[in-house]
Ligand binder design. Sequence first.
Ligand SMILES: C[S@@+](CC[C@H](N)C(=O)[O-])C[C@H]1O[C@@H](n2cnc3c(N)ncnc32)[C@H](O)[C@@H]1O
Length: 321
Amino acid sequence: MAKAGKPAAKRGARQTKLAKIGAGELLTLIDFVRYAVSRFAEAELVFAHGTTDPVAEAAFLVCEALHLHPDQFETFATARVTAAEGRKILDLIGRRVMTRKPAAYLVNKIYMRGLPFYVDERTIVPRSFIGELLDQHFGGDGDEEAGSLISEPRAVESVLDLCTGSGCLAILASRNFPNAEIDAVDISKDALEVAARNVGNYGLQDRLTLYRGDLFEPLGGKRYDLIISNPPYVDADGMAGLPRECRAEPKLALDGGTDGLDIVRRILDEAAAHLNPQGGLLCEIGRCRPQLEATYPQLPLLWLDTEDSEGEVFWIAAADL
Ligand SMILES: C[S@@+](CC[C@H](N)C(=O)[O-])C[C@H]1O[C@@H](n2cnc3c(N)ncnc32)[C@H](O)[C@@H]1O
């Protein structure tokens, strides 16, 4: 039975507060990063939303509090912060530990391929490997040896981003395919509001159109040179064991049904009817490769790796579908 006095929830919240830091105990950016890393380790946080380790996560939060791009961290690592800046950083560290929300939700920002995108809890925190693959394999600034899966990116006239969420992949694609009209679809009104904000921030309203609906349904019979998609693909076991950080994200963005492939199967089954003959489909499926290959043994799926992933994204040419 709870003791009389403060309500139990309030007492619990007070217990999880971080210990007070005395004035002058932490001075430089790197001091605050070290402190944050210790608190993050103590709280056993999970890092899967734009950063994959506590140091990068701490550096990201410190930079955001100081209005610095993460690439500028090293330049200023040993610079001192003001008292007001220090309070702001400590507040972010405290909120990250106590709420367990992804850092991107706390600062309403995420970087992909070095570009900033607005994000909030109406949509998943962008972290798709497709951004890197667009640069590597589709005429971006990446690995020349990797070759291009589309012979002339400037000749690409139409791109579809299915399950667009915050619109990040559609916006990145607009840079790889400078002459393309881009369509982007999501079933979530909330996500599309975030996407519209990002499209506006990048001034792409005239070239990028957002549609609300179920996969290809709002597009009629329209065909594209390229379809990209990072659909929901977490299987039932994965959904049951999601870390708290991921439970802050919309379930609709993650849940791929029993084996994770409910949406992916529909995309594969319907893509041929929406691709031009020389086009192709680039699709992320997480760890579902074994199930997918067992379901479609006849399809010559080309698996593309990135710095942090192996066999989580496939490419298939329209002619092979
Ligand atoms: C994994 S998130 C990807 C978001 C974004 N493309 C990214 O990479 O950050 C999947 C998105 O698919 C959307 N979605 C789920 N089911 C859908 C459906 N049947 N049709 C269209 N979009 C759907 C969700 O609302 C969510 O925004």
